[in-house]
Design a protein around this ligand. Structure first.
Ligand SMILES: Cc1cc2nc3c(=O)[nH]c(=O)nc-3n(C[C@H](O)[C@H](O)[C@H](O)COP(=O)(O)OP(=O)(O)OC[C@H]3O[C@@H](n4cnc5c(N)ncnc54)[C@H](O)[C@@H]3O)c2cc1C
Length: 515
């Protein structure tokens, strides 16, 4: 259903405009529906429900001639739940809709270097031991309101010092970068620990990998259609939001097709990448404290590069031979570059998609920016070179090759957020805070679950529940979120910038160069 064009200054009106039909947007709309608010519109530039929970077709099933479905974005349900304990709400929904997934067994891993198989698994235990110390320290830092530091500092203090040992670096990448899409030196010790604990200790340390050929977003779509009708006029797909005008009384959203929507409230679930890249114009311009919040959090990139290989004469694939049979993960330590095509994943073990011949490798951060900027052929040459180092010259050429460009997609500009060192809770709250009737939700606004689908889900729900409280006149629920005009650090001028602390020069002096 087309949105009415702006005529004589009038826009289509609704009570709540839900901006984005990803996990946060659908969870928000459902919460409104559950609060008996049916007057809402969900607007998304893409033509499907699910946002970053996105799949595509790849390769060809030799048995049927049909392509396989692989997940470009979110793939795991992370931290499932334990009997009697809280359950990850995404796990609950995935089970409800029968989305097929398989438990990831991270101990089915083999390690490699540039000369082939190389056992450096002993480093895993060393890392794990130090990580326990670092996470306990993180708790102390948080509780005692001490200064945050990088996870690198935390790990070093806990005696994990991989330095020039590329095998230890590979282990660290597998343990840390692969989860957060950033290296330890670019991550907050306290808040990455908060996220890790909230997910893997609160729910469980298990992860289930979605292989459903209907796609991971099947559960989001199915959940959406429990409160939407087929062809529901409240779902506006393929609609690009270009500007948002907000005030204490209403929010007006302009779309690129010239139409507009005026709402009593709006929930913006656009990714941190979208907000940081000024894809949407805000009127009035965002206040300084809000910008600090948006720019304070980091948007990471995580790129899965898919290959499909032909089987050998006996039907097996080259990564299944001999002792490698049943291996799920293959870790590569490059001799010179940390994070160079490090984690390889097989989709052929029992329970996944046996016979598919699909093997994929993940890169993050700087390597993601490089591969996403370069052409397929260059990347294919590089990954094949690594595979030959790992498995020998005799391996076949892939039948198919494909990867997405998350960092370049204007509807997301990245993959998921990460908490950098030194970002205080207050600065993050500024990102999360509402601006009058305009609210913000999505994975990146979550303190406990940033980066994950369950973070998007809980944030969407929370924002909508508050707005529902406002619309139904519940003053206990209807509360503005906290924001902070001035963010305070730990170093206070009067107390600490003294000669005894090494401040022999007044760094506030301008020596005549300015005010
Ligand atoms: C490669 C990758 C791997 C991941 N792996 C996992 C994983 O294994 N497990 C896990 O839990 N999480 C994972 N995640 C993270 C997870 O996908 C996200 O946390 C979650 O899906 C975010 O949901 P959201 O609703 O906050 O944002 P989105 O899904 O980004 O939803 C926002 C919506 O807003 C729309 N939009 C943006 N700009 C505009 C505009 N101008 N006009 C109109 N619409 C607009 C977008 O199209 C999008 O649909 C992964 C993500 C990626 C990319």
């Amino acid at each position: 259903t087309p949105v009415a064009p702006v005529q004589n200054g009038t826009c289509r009106t609704t009570k709540v405009a839900v901006l984005g039909a990803g996990m946060a947007g659908i969870a928000a709309a459902q919460a409104l529906h559950n609060a008996s608010i049916s007057d809402f519109l969900i607007i998304d530039v893409n033509d499907y429900i699910g946002g970053r929970v996105k799949h595509t077709t790849f390769g060809k099933n030799p048995a049927t001639g049909e392509p396989f479905v692989v997940e470009l974005g979110a793939n795991w349900i992370q931290g499932l739940g334990s009997p009697g304990g809280p359950e990850n709400p995404i796990w609950t929904l995935v089970k409800k809709w029968g989305v097929r997934s398989e438990y990831s067994n991270f101990s089915r891993i083999e390690t490699f270097d540039e000369n082939g198989a190389a056992d450096y698994m002993d480093q895993m235990d060393v890392y794990d031991k130090s990580y326990v110390t670092a996470e306990q320290d993180a708790g102390r830092i948080l509780i005692q309101n001490r200064q945050d530091r990088t996870m690198r500092t935390g790990l070093s203090i806990a005696d994990w010092k991989p330095k020039k040992d590329m095998k230890a670096q590979a282990i660290e990448w597998w343990k840390f970068d692969w989860e957060f899409a950033y290296a330890p030196e670019l991550s907050s010790q306290t808040f990455t620990t908060v996220a890790y604990n909230s997910t893997f200790y609160q729910f469980s340390d298990e992860n289930s990998f979605v292989i459903d050929q209907r796609g991971y977003n099947y559960f989001i779509e199915s959940e959406a259609y429990t409160f939407l009708q087929p062809n529901d006029p409240r779902l506006l797909l393929s609609k690009n939001v270009t500007s948002i005008t907000y005030s204490p009384r209403s929010v007006t959203v302009s779309l690129s097709d010239g139409s507009c929507v005026t709402a009593e409230y709006a929930i913006c679930t656009f990714s941190l990448g979208v907000l940081q890249n000024d894809v949407v114009a805000f009127d009035p311009p965002l206040p300084a404290w809000k910008q600090e919040g948006i720019e304070g959090m980091e948007m990471g990139t995580y790129t899965k590069i898919f290959l499909q290989f032909p089987p050998a004469a006996d039907g097996s694939f080259f990564w299944e031979h001999g002792p490698l049979a049943g291996t799920e993960y293959f870790l590569y330590a490059d001799p010179t570059e940390r994070g160079w095509y490090p984690v390889w994943q097989s989709l052929t073990p029992p329970g996944f998609i046996p016979g598919s011949g699909i093997f994929f490798v993940t890169v993050v951060y700087a390597q993601s920016y490089i591969v996403e900027a370069q052409d397929d052929e260059t990347t294919k040459r590089e990954v094949m070179d690594v595979l030959r180092r790992m498995f020998g010259e005799g391996i076949p050429e892939p039948l198919d090759f494909m990867y997405p460009r998350w960092s370049l997609e204007p509807w997301v500009y990245g993959s998921f957020s990460n908490w950098p060192p030194g970002l205080s809770l207050e600065t993050h709250q500024n990102f999360r805070a509402n601006l009058g009737r305009l609210w913000f939700a999505g994975e990146a606004t979550s303190v406990g679950y940033f980066g994950w689908v369950h973070g998007a889900y809980t944030e969407g729900q929370m924002a909508a529940n508050t707005i529902a409280g406002c619309l139904t006149g519940n003053s206990t629920i209807c509360r503005n979120r906290a924001s902070y005009e001035t963010i305070r650090g730990c170093t206070t001028g009067d107390r600490m910038m003294t000669p005894v602390n090494g401040f022999t020069v007044d760094t506030m002096q301008t020596w005549g160069y300015g005010d």
